[in-house]
Design a protein around this ligand. Structure first.
Ligand SMILES: NC(=O)c1ccc[n+]([C@@H]2O[C@H](COP(=O)([O-])OP(=O)(O)OC[C@H]3O[C@@H](n4cnc5c(N)ncnc54)[C@H](O)[C@@H]3O)[C@@H](O)[C@H]2O)c1
Length: 244
């Protein structure tokens, strides 16, 4: 079977480290080549990212359009900032490239629904990188809930926190400066807690309440929050997320 040839659009932190080096095994000092997939190239609107791409021995494309035109590429991974996801994903599918997009799929429900429509109509696959549901501890937890090992789970606790936004450089990024970009810990990392809860409990979050953490960072978004939620199957949980 020939390998599926991927290209990455957007080569920031997640793309370089988690996608290229680890996911696609471009760091050959740590990983063996993948059996079924190959990272064939990368683009970023910031030409300064070229060196990082070249240092991994990967092909640099000058634009996403160049990737879309390349018949050698079967699929793209979209790892740009959130506001650009919907447009790039749609354009990729319209030229026949399968898509994996970093979360969130889009920044509005309307845009997300439109992407699903384009995918269904074209038969091109569209996947969102909800990678927490592939973590072996999480799949085990879901299994233990499903087979009754844990009994009825009346409460649960999810955490996702990392220090970000303390420097002016970090505070200026989309992650700390724009709610429209879905920056801020609730949207950036709280999202992992919420879809993971729905996955582990095999149920939908039905209601929730949120309290913000006290403000200590000089960023335009919230520093963090506690969210208490109830699932439609009666299970419940809380999540804490923070940049502070
Ligand atoms: N699954 C996860 O755990 C996880 C973790 C971190 C980030 N993410 C997601 O990955 C995405 C990227 O996050 P990041 O931390 O790497 O951000 P980042 O700001 O470091 O990187 C984004 C990159 O995209 C480039 N870019 C922007 N618009 C572009 C365009 N039109 N064409 C080509 N390149 C473009 C930027 O120049 C930048 O290099 C976000 O959607 C984020 O939510 C997911």
């Amino acid at each position: 079977m020939s390998k599926i040839k991927y290209a990455i659009i957007g080569f920031g932190g997640i793309a370089e480290n988690r996608l290229a080096k680890e996911g696609f095994a471009s760091d050959s000092s740590r990983f063996q080549p993948l059996e079924n997939a190959e990272l064939a190239g990368v683009t970023d609107i910031n030409p300064a990212r070229k060196d990082a791409v070249k240092s991994l021995g990967l092909k640099w494309y000058d634009s996403a359009e160049d990737i879309f035109k390349d018949a050698n590429i079967d699929a793209v991974v979209v790892a740009t900032n959130n506001l650009t996801h919907a447009d790039i994903c749609k354009r990729a599918m319209l030229v026949g490239k399968h898509v994996i997009v970093e979360k969130p799929m889009a920044t509005t429900i309307e845009n997300a629904e439109e992407l699903v429509k384009v995918s269904k109509k074209s038969g091109i696959s569209l996947a969102v990188d909800h990678m927490m549901t592939n973590n072996s501890y999480n799949t085990k937890a879901a299994e233990m809930v499903a087979n009754g090992t844990l009994g009825t789970v009346n409460d649960s606790c999810f955490h996702m926190e990392f220090c970000y936004g303390a420097t002016p450089e970090e505070a200026a990024t989309w992650r700390c400066s724009s709610i429209a970009e879905m920056g801020g810990p609730i949207r950036d990392v709280g999202s992992h807690c919420m879809y993971l809860a729905e996955y582990i409990f095999n149920s939908k979050i039905e209601s929730l309440a949120c309290v913000y953490l006290p403000k200590s960072l000089n960023i335009k978004v919230e520093d963090g929050a506690y969210i208490k939620f109830k699932m439609s199957n009666g299970m419940a949980g809380s999540a804490k997320m923070a940049f502070s």
